[in-house]
Design a protein around this ligand. Structure first.
Ligand SMILES: [Zn+2]
Length: 194
């Protein structure tokens, strides 16, 4: 008889891959026990122990699809990433040996920690590019504006300074633009170097 792989309710529900489940548990912290989905009284008595064991055995090691009933799916949904898909793997062996389980759990934990770091460094690079590009643009436009206003302020007859902008106003209002540009450019480059 097919039962739900979380609460053992009979019937076929949503079938998801073992990797979908690993992400939900190791990445997003899905805990069926604290969500009240596990009925086993032994599990309820040793909550932390049960959860660690469950994570390290079937969640970390299983390669076969999980059958999830609608009740469990309602809670699990929030922890799944993207659209869950079955892979068609029906049977897999899982070791209950404590050392093998602990190693499997640690390996999965490490894998997801690395993925998180990769994601963070991608975001850091993107921010670096944006800052550097924006900074360079501000530096270029700022310097050109500064030069233009300065020429006009120093020699009104040459360019024509109808607005009557003086040297002091030019320094106060225009010079900060390329300076901010340099600051942004520097912070962008330092992010890209990391
Ligand atoms: Zn269920």
């Amino acid at each position: 008889m097919t039962v739900c792989d979380i609460c053992s309710a009979p019937g076929i529900g949503t079938v998801i891959s073992a990797e979908n489940m690993r992400q939900a548990v190791f990445k997003n912290g899905f805990n069926p026990l604290s969500l009240g989905l596990v009925r086993d009284p032994m599990a309820r008595m040793n909550k932390t122990e049960w959860y660690e064991g469950w994570k390290n055995t079937i969640v970390a090691q299983d390669t076969s699809d999980w059958n999830i009933c609608s009740n469990c799916m309602a809670k699990l949904k929030a922890y799944l990433m993207g659209t869950p898909k079955p892979t068609g793997v029906k049977k897999a062996t899982v070791s209950a040996n404590p050392i093998a389980s602990a190693l499997a759990g640690a390996a999965v934990k490490e894998k997801y920690a690395e993925e998180r770091m990769e994601g963070a460094s991608k975001l850091n690079r993107l921010t670096g590019y944006l800052l550097a590009t924006g900074g360079l643009l501000m530096l270029g436009v700022g310097l050109m504006s500064f030069a233009g206003y300065m020429i006009a302020a120093l020699d009104p007859t040459l360019v024509g300074n109808s607005q009557g902008i003086g040297v002091e106003t030019t320094v106060i209002c225009i010079l900060p633009i390329p300076i901010i540009g340099i600051v942004l450019l520097r912070s962008g480059i330092s992010r890209l170097r990391n």
